[in-house]
Design a protein around this ligand. Structure first.
Ligand code: SF4
Ligand code: MG
Length: 283
């Protein structure tokens, strides 16, 4: 059985020292090992941005896709090979700006893919512009007088779009993040995990200290029940989205694959390798 070390490769990440993405990478590697996935049974698909490099830093199948398109690729990979555990990953700019249409439709489609967003509330790779997750008043090169747009509350959006698994974590909380990724992988359907992953180089407002002061763990919220969608929404609104933990899970709703006629009888991808032409054409 693979350990987290088996998910390491020899590529040295070129993230800035202190970038939150290092911990997200470690959490994915640990979670994959903990749920019993083997490196050749895991596919990590990423979009464009600093965080998009993550697919190259994990010993698994990987694809560094195009901007905002991690999810269409990841969903295609899963549908083509149901045997794979598929993780899609990227940043808040990638997933919640150019990729937002895909995010919403992936949520409502409920294909069995785990989507991990490294949310630093800024565009890091292009050296610091506001993202859909930047707060009002946030000053960057693109908003020298402060942003006048409100930040998207992604977790609330996911709940209203019909998400069956919604979680949020903080990159320094490796234990919580690893557990949430394990739960996301084991969830039968689409799982969205938003991770506050500070950009130490360009975001001087939403720092590690800022998150430590402002985040509330759901385990500290009295009588919180993750299967209660109404309570999830209310709690998010009360805390301005700044909560961590498993926000909502619906285990009853079948996944896209379970709903799709004939999909479960479809042969595994490795069984397809020996089809003759006639069999191939029938697929
Ligand atoms: Fe991380 Fe920001 Fe550096 Fe990009 S620019 S690697 S997001 S710290
Ligand atoms: Mg970003």
């Amino acid at each position: 059985m693979a350990t987290f070390k088996d998910f390491r490769n020899k590529v040295k990440p070129n993230w800035c020292p202190g970038c939150g993405d290092f911990s997200v990478q470690a959490a994915i590697q640990r979670a994959a090992a903990n749920v019993g996935v083997e490196p050749d049974n895991l596919a990590v698909v990423s979009g464009i941005g600093c965080s998009g490099r993550i697919s190259g830093y994990i010993n698994s199948y990987g694809l560094h896709g195009i901007h905002g398109r991690a999810l269409p690729i990841a969903q295609g990979v899963k549908m083509a090979n149901k045997d794979l555990t598929v993780i899609a990953s990227g940043g808040d700019g990638d997933g919640f700006a150019i990729g937002m249409g895909h995010t919403i439709h992936a949520i409502r489609r409920n294909i069995d893919v785990t989507y991990i967003v490294m949310d630093n509330q800024i565009y890091g790779l292009t050296k610091g512009q506001t993202s859909p997750r930047s707060d009002v008043g946030f000053k960057t090169k693109s908003t020298p007088n402060g942003s006048v747009e409100s930040a998207l509350n992604v977790m609330e959006m996911a709940l209203t779009a019909g998400a069956t698994f919604v979680a949020q974590s903080f990159s320094t909380d490796l234990k919580e993040l690893t557990t949430l990724i394990e739960k996301g992988i084991n969830h039968k359907g689409f799982s969205l995990i938003n991770v506050f992953s500070p950009c130490v180089t360009f975001n001087k407002v939403n720092t590690y200290d800022w998150f430590k002061k402002n985040l509330t763990k759901l385990t500290d919220v009295p009588d919180y029940h993750e299967e209660n969608r109404m309570q999830a929404m209310q709690t998010l609104m009360e805390h301005n989205g700044l909560v961590t933990g498993l926000i909502y899970q619906n285990k009853q709703q079948p996944s896209y694959q379970e709903m799709l006629t004939g999909y479960s009888e479809k042969p595994l991808a490795h069984e397809n390798l020996h089809l003759d032409e006639e069999q191939f054409n029938k697929m």
